[in-house]
Design a protein around this ligand. Structure first.
Ligand SMILES: CC(C)(COP(=O)(O)OP(=O)(O)OC[C@H]1O[C@@H](n2cnc3c(N)ncnc32)[C@H](O)[C@@H]1OP(=O)(O)O)[C@@H](O)C(=O)NCCC(=O)NCCSC(=O)CC(=O)O
Length: 332
């Protein structure tokens, strides 16, 4: 299982032709959009400095739950923490609790505490605040680069390259061209299309219908930030990865249960470990699995792979799930 190649990349696990664009007008349109600077950089993660160690963040996309997207709060908290450290240290891990639902109608304040500045490691604590109360507490630790001969990593799963797969959006368009799509499902899918989440996803095994069988709680998809970010700013790529890592992650735990839907679900905590350099605006394979669920909670673990097979980020999260049976006759 272990691959001692670790961070020195040479091969590409996905095979296939990796040139972007296939000459058709739709692909060219997508490439044009990709030339625009990512909204994650221009707006979502662009915090306003209010005072020393105090920042304000605003929102771009809000999920259907009408509570703030957890990835946005974690990403913004990491931006605030990273502003308080020098350019010679990089975030290597963060650990957060979502203690209250975020209110999408007001901005979020981020207050940074300097916990410790050591010789190799620096630790920061960030509180995200709305209405005078914390909605998230986050500890982030930063490390100087200290190369070592101790190196290993798991091997990236073999999957088709992103160029051979359709985006979620393209899959939905394709599905909607079919005759006899139930009205409720059509409405649901149209809502998905209206979603302005600044992330692109290409599922490895798409599930086109709401009515899916119970499966192993594991899924794989290619993911990247929408728009251009560019090389060079590793701090920023880590903050964008924090945003991305919470999207479509927690529902992995629901895959083992068919014929139920989550009446209420929310992430309780979120942890990340950053292993090496990567580009969050380039395709990364997100491997998500849930080793356990019971007692109205589920644990999910994720690995983000660079497409050359290097393990870039590991994540884990526990969520609360209140489920109820789906009445298919009414829904479809
Ligand atoms: C996790 C918490 C809800 C825990 O708070 P409480 O202990 O007060 O909550 P609670 O359990 O009493 O209630 C939560 C909801 O469950 C309902 N509820 C409670 N007991 C229940 C039961 N036995 N059966 C069915 N439902 C029940 C409540 O009415 C309420 O719904 P109702 O509220 O409808 O009345 C809170 O800490 C919180 O909101 N944290 C923030 C979580 C978050 O926003 N994470 C990031 C976004 S999620 C994300 O980003 C992932 C993603 O979207 O993919």
């Amino acid at each position: 299982m272990a691959d001692t190649r670790a961070t020195d990349e040479t091969s590409d696990n996905t095979g296939g032709n990796h040139s972007s664009g296939d000459g058709n007008p739709e692909s060219r349109e997508v490439e044009k959009i990709r030339d625009l600077k990512s909204v994650l950089v221009t707006s979502v993660l662009n915090l306003e400095e209010l005072d020393v160690n105090l920042y304000r963040g605003t929102h771009h996309w809000v999920p259907r739950s009408r509570r703030l997207f957890g990835g946005q709060i974690v990403g913004q908290a990491l931006v605030a923490a990273a502003k308080s450290v020098g350019d010679d240290v990089y975030v290597h891990s963060l650990h957060c609790y979502f203690v209250r639902a975020g209110d999408p109608t007001v901005a979020v304040l981020y207050q940074v505490d300097h916990i410790r500045d050591g010789r190799s490691f620096m630790v920061r604590s960030v509180r995200a605040i709305q209405h005078g109360q914390p909605i998230l507490i986050c500890q982030a630790s930063f490390h100087k680069l200290q190369p070592s001969p101790l190196q290993h990593q798991f091997t990236m799963p073999m999957v088709p390259p992103p160029e051979d797969l359709l985006t979620e959006e393209q899959l939905i368009h394709l599905y909607l061209t079919k005759p006899n799509v139930p009205e409720k499902l059509r409405q649901f899918l149209n809502q998905r299309l209206a979603n302005e989440v600044p992330i692109e996803i290409k599922p490895i095994q798409p599930q086109p219908s709401l009515r899916r069988p119970a499966t192993e709680p594991r899924k794989l998809f290619w993911v990247r930030a929408q728009g251009h970010i560019g090389e060079g700013n590793m701090k920023l790529h880590c903050c964008v990865a924090a945003y991305i890592s919470d999207y479509a992650f927690l529902d992995t735990a629901m895959l083992s249960l068919a014929d139920y839907k989550a009446k209420f679900f929310a992430s309780l905590d979120h942890s990340m470990w950053f292993h090496t350099t990567f580009r969050s605006d380039e395709w990364m394979l997100y491997e998500c699995e849930s080793p356990w669920a019971a007692n109205s909670r589920g644990l999910v673990q994720g690995r983000m792979w660079r497409r050359d097979g290097v393990l870039a980020v590991s994540c884990s999260q526990e969520g609360v799930f209140r489920v109820q049976p789906v009445n298919h006759r009414n829904k479809l």
